[in-house]
Design a protein. Structure first.
Ligand code: UDP
Length: 458
């Protein structure tokens, strides 16, 4: 799937990282094992390192709901949004620091001087100091940000700066997210990637896709197939769980589908998707499926339940014809592989995939849909701009313009030739830029640099 140059770069990076790490371990640390882009990124990529001889471990930062309320506030503010409007003062700093200390104590027994730790996002950023003191080279990676920082964003930087500034390197996913208060000599830009071989993205037979969609209840499908798939360990598995769906009637077999698959997060604007869809005239028999993980499954996201309730209320207020066409689905998350294959089937079944985020760090759901050659209507914000050139790899809209969003969806549904051309260009874009060898090589190069002391500030 990847070109020779990318493969060569990856091999060289692996060799150099192996030498630089010696007997040391490469750690990746984030705050949830499932749900959200970082968990997806690590799940997909770390096996390629382990399988190539890099000693790599993934640790999850654990904390109580009060802590995640603070970090969700930080997350929203980094996107320029006030979130719950709460404080980020001395009390929050103390609570944040306490959780970091508890996690650092546990890690201290596991890490060794000379190890390298890649710490992802604000939640575990409080570990930077403790790990550095333990002789670990720390790379802090920030997957979120905003193109034009405002005072709200800067207030989150101020909160985090004392915790992260002593990292040996800072990785950002996009140039405009880099904080101007950081030492720019230590900054590296690395966009994330998707894994075409992960269950989330592997090719599916049409019959297999339909069977998976049918068993979960996401749409009616005419098929006698069993909803089976091959697990990553080679065993044949079957999708067994149904999605928990709010709907007036099931999606009829063969009906065109528009979908957004995302965590239940206000910045993903599911209510806006519903309203934009409701505004589309001449919808024909098109249905909208808004799908996301069960709120309880995403440990570091305390707002999901409330966002889902708001969406359900907005749905209940729609006219009967709109309610009949909009389906709100909580996808089963008890088994990550099952969840991944369901997302895969849904994205492949969709005639148009939308991502109407108000802000978006990168948007792996966009990358996933692009890889699957789906025509996309997405917001012209953040990391989505890194992926889609408007009119070339999909259509970009202003997320506050609901009627432009609705028209773009209708245009793609009514012009299959254009939709297919955009989908093909999107696939090629991902192949050229957002696959594991690109991501892993760039990361390993940072690992080598920090292990050799090249990126540390003087
Ligand atoms: N996702 C999932 N199951 C779901 C909904 C979402 O596995 O029910 C995945 C989705 O496929 C993607 C990730 O969660 O891989 C979301 O990453 P993205 O970068 O789009 O957004 P984030 O959640 O990190 O803000």
């Amino acid at each position: 799937m990847v070109g020779g140059e990318d493969a060569d770069r990856f091999r060289v990076a692996l060799d150099r990282a192996g030498e630089a790490l010696g007997r040391g371990t490469l750690w990746h640390i984030n705050s949830t094992a499932e749900g959200g882009g970082v968990a997806e990124l690590l799940r997909a990529n770390l096996g390629y390192l382990a399988g190539n001889g890099v000693r790599v471990r993934w640790a999850i930062f654990e904390a109580d709901p009060g802590f995640f309320q603070i970090t969700k506030r930080i997350h929203n503010r980094l996107h320029g949004d006030e979130g719950d409007g709460g404080e980020l003062g001395a009390h929050e700093r103390q609570q944040y620091g306490e959780a970091a200390r508890r996690n650092a104590e546990q890690l201290a027994a596991l890490v060794r001087p000379g190890d390298v730790a890649v710490v992802h996002d604000p939640q575990p950023a409080g570990l930077v100091a403790g790990l550095t003191e333990a002789g670990v080279h720390v790379v802090w990676t920030c997957h979120v940000g905003i193109d034009t920082p405002n005072d709200v964003t800067r207030s989150a930087w101020r909160f985090l700066l004392p915790f992260v500034e002593h990292a040996s390197a800072y990785v950002f996913t996009r140039g405009s997210y880099v904080w101007d208060v950081l030492d720019h000599r230590k900054v590296v830009l690395i966009p994330p990637c998707i894994d075409p071989l992960a269950l989330k993205n592997v090719e599916l037979l049409d019959s297999q896709r339909e069977a998976i969609i049918a068993i979960t209840g996401l749409a009616t499908a005419r098929t006698d197939e069993t909803p089976s798939f091959q697990g990553l360990d080679g065993t044949v598995r079957e999708v067994a769980r149904r999605a928990d769906i709010l709907e007036a009637m099931p999606v009829p077999a063969g009906a065109p589908i528009v979908t957004q698959v995302s965590r239940w997060d206000r910045l993903k604007d599911p209510v806006g998707v519903l309203r934009g869809f409701a505004e589309v005239r001449d919808l024909g028999d098109v249905h909208l499926i808004l799908a996301g993980p069960s709120p309880s499954s995403v440990a570091d996201d305390p707002e999901a339940e409330a966002v889902l309730s708001e969406l359900r209320e907005a749905w209940a207020k729609q006219s009967a014809p709109v309610r009949e066409r909009v389906h709100i689905a909580n996808l089963p998350t008890a088994d990550v592989d099952e969840n991944a294959i369901i997302v895969n089937a849904l994205q492949r079944r969709a005639d148009v995939v939308v991502q109407k985020s108000l802000a978006e760090g990168f948007g792996l759901t966009v990358t996933e849909a692009m890889w699957k050659r789906r025509p996309l209507v997405a917001s012209a914000v953040g990391g989505i701009l890194e992926q889609i050139e408007n009119g070339v790899h999909g259509l970009l809209v202003d997320p506050s313009d609901l009627s432009a969003f609705g028209s773009a969806v209708r245009d793609l549904l009514s012009d299959p030739g254009r939709a297919a051309a955009l989908g093909q260009a999107a696939h090629e874009r991902v192949r050229d830029r957002f696959l594991p060898p690109d991501y892993l090589s760039a990361n390993l190069e940072v690992v080598v640099a920090v292990a050799d002391g090249e990126l540390s500030s003087p």
